[in-house]
Ligand binder design. Structure first.
Ligand SMILES: *Cc1c(COP(=O)(O)O)cnc(C)c1O
Length: 381
């Protein structure tokens, strides 16, 4: 099956559900046994429900993976992967400019348990070869990164990690399975915050994991069931519904983002535009190699590098809501410095290029003329 068909048909068999065309929302915590010791497909909702199972197998299919797992949030998914792959004494090497929440989880929750957390600029794979050791059990990648849209070469980094016996996980939230399939590129685990593009309508918080290796799957599933960070059936349903239009939405997000990036690049109030679709973007060649298009996020540095200027522009925007998230049908603007990366130390932000006068734009699927007009009026004096 091709991708667009999979988004609509994968993971669900209506003949098992009274021919209901949409997956039913099994709003129950428990399923009945016929006799003691019976092996039921579903017994208790923390372990699984038919609605969640439909979502899990849909995601697996979209990522060309064997297994899928759903969590209550992207962070719960990341937490489960970290716990399933690391124990005290082990090291995780993570891409330097990763999502603020993942940075906080690694440094404030995992590190105090005796796991060493090393951040490395992995835009050059040689830096991984130099840093990796027998203690490194996990290499944590994110591509493109939030908010500066750096790319890492998933194929090259996976090969290096595997030579050293480390597992490779990729947070592919910004790309979605429509634009990038990390397991096909050599990674072991893919993580998504489905809160973003997969759900796609800013109405659900959910995390997803795709994995092909049976042992890794069993280990992550064990954490999923033991710790219980699972989504309810309503949220699984909403995510499944969102996924049905993922391919349509992503095409428009990508079209609109390309036009916004080109418009902002020539704007006198804008110092720099970060967009992997630009031929002079440092990750452009890798983007061409491992992504189908360049995504729907555009990040800018304003010429006037102050919080006041970022605030002025963000507040003047009418279509763009000033909000934490991204990936919804509506355009959103994020002040990464105080919002998504508020928990990162200022020195770290400075080193990465997350500035007071920077804004991350999640370009929605509105009419491009309205989006450009809104940006023009907000940037004007
Ligand atoms: C939002 C986000 C997360 C966290 O997901 P939640 O669903 O908010 O818990 C992780 N990684 C990236 C890249 C994100 O954008």
């Amino acid at each position: 099956m091709k991708f667009a068909t999979k988004t609509i048909h994968s993971g669900y068999d209506s003949s098992q559900h009274s021919k209901s065309v949409m997956p039913p929302i099994y709003q129950t915590s428990v399923f009945e046994f016929a006799e003691v010791g019976e092996q039921l497909p579903f017994s208790y909702a923390r372990t699984g429900t038919p609605t969640r199972a439909a979502l899990e197998s849909c995601l697996a299919s979209l990522e060309n993976a064997k297994h899928g797992l759903a969590f209550a949030s992207g962070m719960a998914a990341i937490d489960a992967v970290l716990r399933a792959t690391l124990k005290p004494g082990d090291e995780v090497i993570a891409v330097a400019d990763l999502y603020g929440g993942a940075y906080r989880l690694l440094t404030k929750v995992m590190a105090p348990t005796g796991i060493s957390v090393t951040f490395v600029d992995l835009t050059d794979p040689a830096n991984l070869s130099a840093a990796i050791s027998a203690r490194t059990k996990l290499v944590w990648l994110e591509s493109p990164t939030n908010p500066l849209l750096n790319l890492v070469d998933i194929t090259a980094l996976s090969a290096i990690a595997h030579q050293h016996g480390a597992v490779v996980a990729v947070d592919s939230t910004f790309a979605t399975p429509y634009l990038q399939n990390p397991i096909d590129l050599g990674a072991d685990i893919v993580v998504h915050s489905a809160t973003k593009y997969l759900g796609g309508h800013s109405d659900v918080l959910l995390g997803l994991v795709a994995v092909s290796d049976d042992k890794l799957f069993a280990d992550i599933k064990f954490i999923q069931n033991s710790a219980g960070g699972v989504p309810g059936p309503q949220d699984c349903f909403l995510t499944l519904r969102g996924i049905k239009t993922l391919h349509l939405r992503m095409e428009r997000h990508c079209d609109n983002a390309e036009q916004v990036a080109a418009f902002l690049r020539d704007h006198p109030k804008v110092e720099k535009v970060f967009f992997p679709g630009f031929v002079d973007h440092p990750g452009h060649a890798i983007a061409r190699q491992q992504m189908r298009r360049f995504g729907g996020v555009v990040t800018i540095w304003l010429k006037q590098d102050t919080r006041a200027e970022a605030s002025r522009v963000a507040s003047k925007l009418q279509l763009f809501a000033l909000a934490e998230s991204l990936g919804g049908v509506e355009s959103l603007v994020n002040h990464s410095y105080t919002m998504s990366h508020g928990g990162m130390p200022p020195e770290q932000k400075a080193a990465l290029g997350i500035r007071e006068g920077g804004l991350r734009l999640s370009i929605g699927v509105e009419d491009i003329e309205d989006i450009l007009a809104d940006l023009a009026q907000a940037l004007a004096d």
